[in-house]
Design a protein around this ligand. Structure first.
Ligand code: ZN
Length: 327
């Protein structure tokens, strides 16, 4: 028995090594952090697997929106009640942004690109987080866009006009391109929407001839199938991922914050261009992923923005994944 007991000296040496490692490796132990010098969290990326595909959720910060007028077809009191029920502030909503980097077959694909340097001051952390996850913009082989709202496309090009992903092929939903690049539609759009049209042109006009348009219902890249999800925008698209036994649905903006719109799928956010159509799409997709117990990712869910959908009364509930290594 005695032979199996470690000596006191070995135990002490082991403890010493552990203490040293902890002190050196954890920034939380530095005096600056202890004194509250930084409000930042660890870099916002989170890896997970779907079959052989590795996904990395990459956070791009948030933008604050007043609650008033945010839900087009609900009373403010009911919206506040939903926020309160989710233990969120009842005056404003922090809308978060989480894109996905997908590693498959030796390629690196992005689904949407965040706000770049064109968003709210509380956004724009995407590139730091992308690099902290070990990626380099020049290694991106494909950028796939779910739709053309600024918070999804602006990261593709800096404000001063430079393309961020120099070697990437760009893939866009055909109906989204048809809508936003139509000069007649831009001319007829209400004043408040003209900026969105101009933003689409800012990002895509310099590469218009090289953009690859895809139709829904097709596998656009190995393991990635585009599914039409209109309503939020005319060409809004979600993506079914499939690899071996692994299946997942990238839900894009099928809902904005789940505490509001997964819980109350009949509500429409102010950004839903066709509210009733967005509701139909939302119910159909939420029904499907809950029945199939499919993992989902939402662009505007709390980071890391992935989980499952459970049916709950007249609505649904998003159940976040448990934090774990990507194995
Ligand atoms: Zn969005």
């Amino acid at each position: 028995m005695q032979n199996f007991e470690p000596s006191r000296r070995a135990v002490m040496a082991g403890a010493g090594a552990l203490a040293t490692a902890v002190t050196l490796d954890l920034p939380g132990f530095s005096p600056a952090y202890a004194q509250g010098a930084s409000v930042n969290q660890a870099p916002g990326f989170y890896r997970y697997k779907v079959g052989d595909i590795t996904l990395t959720a990459i956070n791009d910060g948030f933008a604050k929106r007043p609650l008033e007028g945010f839900v087009k077809n609900a009373e403010l009191a009911d919206v506040k009640k939903a926020m309160d029920g989710a233990f969120l502030p009842a005056d404003a909503l922090n809308i978060t942004f989480t894109t996905l980097a997908i590693q498959h077959g030796g390629k690196l694909t992005l689904i949407d690109t965040g706000n770049g340097d064109s968003g709210a001051p509380t956004s724009g952390s995407w590139m730091n987080n992308f690099k902290a996850a070990g990626f380099d913009p020049k290694d991106v082989s494909t950028v796939v866009f779910s739709h053309f709202h600024g918070d999804h496309i602006n990261g593709f090009r800096t404000k001063d006009g430079n393309a961020v992903f120099a070697n990437a092929e760009v893939m866009v939903p055909a109906p989204e391109w048809a809508f936003w690049m139509d000069d007649a539609k831009m001319g007829a759009a209400p004043e408040a929407m003209k900026g969105a049209f101009a933003g689409v042109r800012r990002v895509f006009a310099p590469i218009a001839k090289d953009v690859k348009q895809f139709e829904a219902g097709k596998e656009i890249l190995p393991g990635i199938t585009a599914i039409a999800a209109p309503g939020h925008t005319p060409g809004h698209t979600v993506f079914a991922l499939s690899s071996g036994n692994g299946k997942m649905m990238i839900m894009s903006d099928t809902t904005n914050h789940p505490a509001l719109f997964v819980r109350n799928p009949d509500w429409s956010a102010v950004f839903d261009m066709d509210g009733p159509q967005a509701v139909t799409t939302r119910r159909k997709l939420l029904d499907m992923v809950s029945a199939d117990k499919m993992q989902v990712a939402f662009y505007h869910a709390p980071f890391p923005a992935t989980g499952h959908i459970a049916k709950d009364g007249k609505g649904f509930e998003m159940v976040p994944v448990q934090w774990s290594p990507a194995i």
